[in-house]
Write a protein that binds this ligand. Sequence first.
Ligand code: HEC
Ligand code: HEC
Length: 377
Amino acid sequence: MRGALIAIVATACCACTAPETPPNGFDWGLAPGIEPPPVPAANPQTAQKVELGRHLFYDFRLARNEKRSCGICHEDKKGFTDGFVRAVGATNEVHPRNTLSLSNLGYRESLTWVHPELGSLEEQLLIPLLGTDPIELGFGGHEDELTERLAALPLYQDLFAAAYPGSPNPITLESVAMAIAAFERTMISRNAPYDRYLRGERDAISDDARRGAELFFSPRAGCSRCHGGDDFMAIADDSGEVMAAHGFFNVGLYNVDGAGAYPDGRTGRHSITGDPDDMGVVRVPTLRNVERSHPYFSDGSGASLEDVVAVFDRGGRLTDSGPNVGDGRDSPLKSPLIKPLGLSETERGQLVAFLCSLTEEEFLTDPRFSDPFPRDE
Ligand code: HEC
Ligand code: HEC
């Protein structure tokens, strides 16, 4: 693959001034050796579309009552999450799940915690934009209001005209979706200290993080069986080879009835399918920038990385008080890959140090991915 990419770029060289710019003209700004994500033929990547998408992503006018934006729930400094236990929409409706962090979305085959079949960014964003259960941005049934609102603004008249040149009526729901998706494809985090360490910068991470990495990828801890691949979310074998892009598991967070039940409203895939086998099952999340995206787990019930690592070390979570009492370790629905590991406190700390080496500060503060609107702090 990499060889092919270099060959294409090489043939394009004679015609263009910047040899690293791919033939379609879009400069992904990636370090050598990192391939851009695939782009759907129906939505060619252009700088103008990405710039429009960035404005839309951060614009509160994308909420019907102007109380939310994509960017307020997916805030850069928080690893593109919101810091809430579970997301809160524009009308204060609470989402059943914790906000997912955003990075490397263009490489995903499956989006969200619970929709294995949903792979298209252009389609996914219609859920927050138009969804009514829960309401996130609130334009469901009022789509024309959104396009009329944008069309009334000179800013968007110009941005849409530049992004969709030659189109007589460029401001449509479809063109909104294509621009935001194009922006999302550019949000690539592949230059964390751990990436640089793998590329030969021996001092990019601490000794603790190095030991944590060894443990993470070891058969003993087995983390990388579920958190494998470039984004630490693919199914991999013990040699590191990726077997499937995404895995869906119950990791034993709850066992409220002794038969593996999760609390009402927090049942993962089960809340979509009703299938008893889907109780507590969610997609494995990426671990990139995870240090910043607390709280953790699909219901936001993991306060810190130390808490999360302790759950995996124990082989399931014990809840010993409150309404959800039960021992997730004994859940019959838990993945067999989740079992007591017997880690020492030092080893748990090393795993946390490794997870923190996946924080890419430059990505989280990159002006290309930040809010273009002036705000009062
Ligand atoms: C109210 C807060 C909120 C708003 C507003 C919001 N999101 Fe999200 N986002 C979430 C939550 C919660 C999830 C997890 C959803 C789930 O699994 O059901 C999520 C998931 C995602 C994902 C999937 C990430 C992955 O790893 O699979 C993408 C992509 C995304 N949002 C993009 C957007 C875009 C683009 C917008 C604006 C159109 C947006 N979001 C608006 C809270 C929000
Ligand atoms: C059986 C597959 C599997 C194994 C093995 C596994 N994980 Fe996970 N991990 C998951 C799933 C699934 C979730 C989300 C669970 C939920 O929210 O219900 C998760 C969540 C996490 C989170 C929280 C991420 C977030 O954004 O909420 C961290 C951190 C994490 N795992 C680290 C580890 C570490 C470290 C290990 C090894 C000690 C490990 N995992 C082993 C599947 C696995």
